[in-house]
Structure formats: structure tokens, C-alpha cells
Design a protein around this ligand. Structure first.
Ligand SMILES: Cc1cc2nc3c(=O)[nH]c(=O)nc-3n(C[C@H](O)[C@H](O)[C@H](O)COP(=O)(O)OP(=O)(O)OC[C@H]3O[C@@H](n4cnc5c(N)ncnc54)[C@H](O)[C@@H]3O)c2cc1C
Length: 482
């Protein structure tokens, strides 16, 4: 695989542009290139691997980066496959794609690169594959903006990329299987984890016994994390949430509460636990800015979030546009690789995918659906917000301001709340506060794509000067972003 992160050529032309070099994008690029497809593989990160195979920065000179990873051999295998077809794969690391335009066999992919992401680079491709992964769902609570409160995935990223811990005594909280992986990594790296608070219950998994039996590898992985936690004396508390964080300059303690099935805190069950960091995340949400802007249709996942609709060959609803991995539904690294393989084969015109691969995808997708259903946020979590809780961190909008917009000014959707309060207008463009605002204004699903929220022409902030210089000769057609 050629790494041309420093090259400056404009308008190179490829058969396929893969956006995202995580497990799904790597697998897609490898399987397509193995069948003769010329691929550009773009990623905003400095190294390929995505969230799961995030590696320490080169200057840290880690001797055993694999020590922090499961399934490292699968990553090595993907890299070796890509190396074997390096004349057909151009890796563009540090390339943040801000827009894809065109359609019908002629797409233009626009990226920012270089120091401070201020250099423009565009390329053309006959087909595009979105493997843009997911981001964490954050549900606010009083004190969640204190230094020391970090995302659960963020804590994992700090450890994998920076070899640092967010604190010495780190409470892990939120919902979803990622919490177990994060707690196991933190303890293995030397942190004390006093408790893992899981807002959902685990008993519901029993209803999916057949799905679990078909995905025995997942059970083994869960058991391995469980054994690590047991060895380090970490307690796992289901139906429990952090309902407040306390501290002056940084977090010093949290209040935990038992929850009912709808995630409402049960009165009289609160207790305080000292800690110097909190790693909290309430599951993952597919990252869809680019494909949504392109008009790709979405479907609703069992946890209420939106994911791309794809057919058996991983085609989206827009001709020439494909998707794989968490952008089609959060399901873990193995599913991402399976989908990438299938998409790469289909892009290369290999119309009959191996049956074993198709079966693996259905089995892994069934597990993903089970997991999403079991960890879907209950509607009662808004009860742990007090009026002063900042819901939108970028614009410093409180729960009180959002509630007033709804109760006194009649806002009934996220967009109107945004116009009235600025919630969601900041740097992250509602990626963080969207689910919370939607829930507070009574939108049926706490996801920012459901309530008519407008799509955005740019997936990341772009300097005006670059926009002005943007090549107007780039392909454009009816598929172009609005
Ligand atoms: C913060 C976080 C931490 C996680 N940690 C773990 C863990 O420890 N254990 C575990 O089992 N699972 C973890 N997961 C889930 C795991 O990452 C996924 O199951 C798996 O990596 C999915 O692979 P993917 O290729 O679909 O997406 P990802 O691995 O997320 O890869 C997507 C890639 O797309 C790139 N990208 C996105 N948008 C653009 C753009 N506009 N331009 C250029 N590049 C772009 C990203 O930089 C990223 O490299 C984590 C997820 C997150 C969000």
C-alpha cells in the first residue's frame, strides 16, 4: 500500500475511494484491490486502524503496541494483504474528507490535509465507499463538564494512542459492552476502577440465547473481560448510573443511583464514590454526515439511532455509493471486517460472495441488533438532569433553557430548540448534545437524524478561503450534496 500522505497531486483518479481506514475500510480496500480495483483509502487519522486498532503515536516509540489490543493478528493480516496489492492501493492518512460530490460513476472527494488541516486535496473516483465508523453517545448529567470526566471510548483512545490514563482511580459508567473492554484495559494498565456502572440490565440477553450461542466468540470475549475485572476486584453494577459528578477544579467524586427499567433513578438509592476520573459513554452512534448529505437512506436501529440502509452487497440507496462497518449499524470489529470484505468483493464485480461470509454477516448482525436492543437508552434518564446542567457544551446551553424553549416557547423539535437556544450550533454540530436535546423536546427518538434536522453540506469546519478555491470542475450531478 502506498502512503501518499505528503503527496500534493490534485485530481488523481481511482476506481474506488474508501472514506475511513478502520477495520471495515481496510478490509474493503484489500478485497477490492485483490480483484484489480484501484483504491484511494482516506482517513483523517495519522495511521490506519480506526478506533479499534488505534496505535500509539510514532514518537512514543511503543515497543509492544499490540499489548493493548484484542485481535491484533487480524489487523496485521489486513495490513499484509494491503501490502501485497500496494500498487493498487493509495493510503491517504491525515486526510479529513469534508465533502463528496458528483454521482453516477464520477465522484469527487474533497479532503483537508497538511499542518492544521488547511491544505485542500481532491480526487475523483468511479465509486465511493463510506466506512466512517461511529462516535460515542453522551448523555449529560450534573458535573459532566468537569475536567476528568471523559468518554469511555475517549479513555480507551487516550490509552491506545497516548499510552496515558485519564486518572488513577477511574469510575467507568454508561451502557454497552464497550464499558467492559474499557474497564479491563484501564485496570490492566494500572488504574484502579472502583466500579463499572451499567445503566441497562444483563438479564435481557437471556432472551437472545440463540443469537448468543451462534456468536460464541463474543461470549468468550465478554468472559475474558469479566475475568480481568474479577482479578482486579472491579465490581460490575447493572441498572446503575452516574447521576452527578462533583469537584471544583476537576472531578473528585460521583453520585451513583440505581435505575428502574426506564433508566429513572430510584429514590433513596444514591451513594457517593470518590474518584479522580470518570470514563462514561452510553453506546455508539453511526457517523453519517457524509452519506446523509449525499442522500443515502437510513434505517432505525433497535437503540433508536440511525444507520445506513445497505443491500446484500453493501450498496447504499445511492448508485455507486457503498457502506461498511459501523456506519451501517454498530456491531463490533468482526462485523465491520466482514462487511468490508463483502463490499470490496461487490465493488470489484464479484457478484457471488462466499456463502460463509454472508452467513457470518447475518450471525454478527443479529448479535449487533441484540446488543443495541439491550442497551437502548431508557427515556427516564432526563430525570437526572438538574436545571443548571449544561446540555450543549459547545454553546453552554443548560437543560433549563431547553426546557423553557419547549414549555414556554412551544419548541417541539430539535431544530426549533436550536434556533431558540443555540443548542447544537457549536463546533460539534450537535454530535454530542443531539440525543439529549431531542429527548428533552419530546422527539420520539433521541437521535439527531430523526426529527427533520437538516443535513450539512460540510462534515467538518472548512476555511472559507479553501471553499472559495474549491474546484468547480469537479464532477457534479443530481447526486451532489444540496
Ligand atoms: C471512541 C471509540 C473507541 C472504541 N474502542 C473500542 C474498544 O476498545 N474495543 C472494541 O471492541 N470496540 C471499540 N470501539 C468500537 C470499534 O471501534 C468498532 O467496532 C470498529 O472499529 C468499527 O470499525 P469501522 O471500520 O466501522 O469504524 P472505525 O474503526 O471507527 O473507523 C472509521 C474510520 O473512519 C475515519 N473517518 C470518519 N469520518 C471521516 C472523514 N470525514 N474523513 C476521513 N476519515 C474519516 C475515522 O478516522 C476512522 O479511522 C470503539 C469505538 C469508538 C467510537
Amino acid at each position: 500500500m502506498t502512503n501518499s500522505a505528503d503527496a500534493a497531486g490534485d485530481h488523481e483518479s481511482y476506481d474506488l475511494a474508501v472514506v475511513g481506514a478502520g477495520p471495515a475500510g481496510l478490509a474493503a480496500a484489500a478485497s477490492a484491490a485483490e480483484h484489480g480495483v484501484r483504491v484511494a483509502l482516506l482517513d483523517g487519522a495519522p495511521q490506519p486502524g480506526g478506533q479499534f486498532y488505534r496505535q500509539p503515536a510514532a514518537e512514543l516509540r511503543a515497543e509492544r503496541p499490540q499489548a493493548l489490543h484484542h485481535h491484533w493478528s487480524a489487523f496485521q493480516h489486513l495490513l499484509a494483504r494491503l501490502d501485497a496489492v500496494r500498487e493498487r492501493v493509495t493510503l491517504l492518512s491525515d486526510h479529513h474528507v469534508w465533502s463528496v460530490t458528483g454521482g453516477s460513476g464520477a465522484f469527487a472527494v474533497h479532503a483537508l490535509t497538511g499542518p492544521d488541516q488547511r491544505q485542500a486535496r481532491s480526487l475523483t473516483a468511479r465509486q465511493v465507499l463510506f466506512a466512517t465508523g461511529a462516535h460515542e453517545r453522551q448523555l449529560p448529567f450534573p458535573g459532566w463538564t468537569l475536567p476528568g470526566v471523559v468518554g469511555a471510548g475517549g479513555a480507551q483512545a487516550m490509552l491506545k494512542a497516548g499510552l496515558v490514563l485519564p486518572g488513577r482511580r477511574v469510575l467507568v459508567a454508561g451502557s454497552g459492552p464497550l464499558l467492559l473492554a474499557v474497564a479491563a484495559s484501564l485496570t490492566a494498565a494500572g488504574a484502579t476502577v472502583p466500579l463499572v456502572a451499567e445503566a441497562a440490565g444483563y438479564l435481557g440477553y437471556a432472551r437472545g440465547a440463540r443469537v448468543l450461542a451462534a456468536n460464541a466468540g463474543k461470549l468468550v470475549e465478554g468472559a475474558q473481560h469479566g475475568a480481568t475485572l474479577l482479578r482486579h476486584g472491579v465490581r460490575l453494577r447493572p441498572r446503575t448510573a452516574v447521576v452527578a459528578a462533583h469537584g471544583t477544579d476537576r472531578v473528585e467524586a460521583v453520585t451513583l443511583a440505581r435505575l428502574d427499567a426506564a433508566w429513572r433513578p430510584l429514590s433513596g438509592t444514591q451513594w457517593r464514590v470518590p474518584c479522580d476520573a470518570v470514563a462514561v459513554g452510553h453506546g455508539l452512534v453511526p457517523q453519517l454526515e457524509l452519506p446523509l448529505e449525499f442522500g443515502c437512506h437510513t434505517r432505525r436501529l433497535p437503540d433508536g439511532s440511525a444507520a445506513l440502509v445497505v443491500d446484500a452487497a453493501q450498496r447504499t440507496t445511492v448508485p455507486g455509493v457503498w457502506a461498511a462497518g459501523e456506519s451501517t449499524g454498530v456491531g463490533g470489529v468482526q462485523l465491520a471486517i466482514t462487511e468490508g470484505e463483502l463490499a470490496g468483493l461487490a465493488v470489484a464485480g464479484q457478484n457471488t460472495a462466499p456463502r460463509s461470509l454472508l452467513r457470518r454477516r447475518s450471525r454478527q448482525r443479529a448479535f449487533a441488533d441484540l446488543m443495541a436492543a439491550r442497551h437502548a437508552p431508557g427515556s427516564g434518564w432526563t430525570q437526572w438532569l438538574d436545571d443548571a446542567t449544561e446540555v450543549c457544551r459547545c454553546e453552554e446551553v443548560t437543560a433549563r433553557q431547553v426546557r423553557d424553549a419547549v414549555a414556554e416557547l412551544g419548541a417541539a423539535d430539535q431544530r426549533t430548540v436550536k434556533l431558540l437556544t443555540r443548542a447544537g450550533m457549536g463546533w460539534c454540530q450537535a454530535r454530542m448534545c443531539g440525543p439529549a436535546v431531542a429527548r428533552l423536546c419530546g422527539a420520539p427518538n433521541a437521535d439527531r437524524h430523526d426529527d427533520g434536522a437538516p443535513t450539512r453540506p460540510l462534515s467538518t469546519p472548512v476555511p472559507l478561503g479553501l471553499l472559495a478555491e474549491c474546484d468547480t470542475n469537479a464532477p457534479s450531478s443530481e447526486g451532489a450534496p444540496r
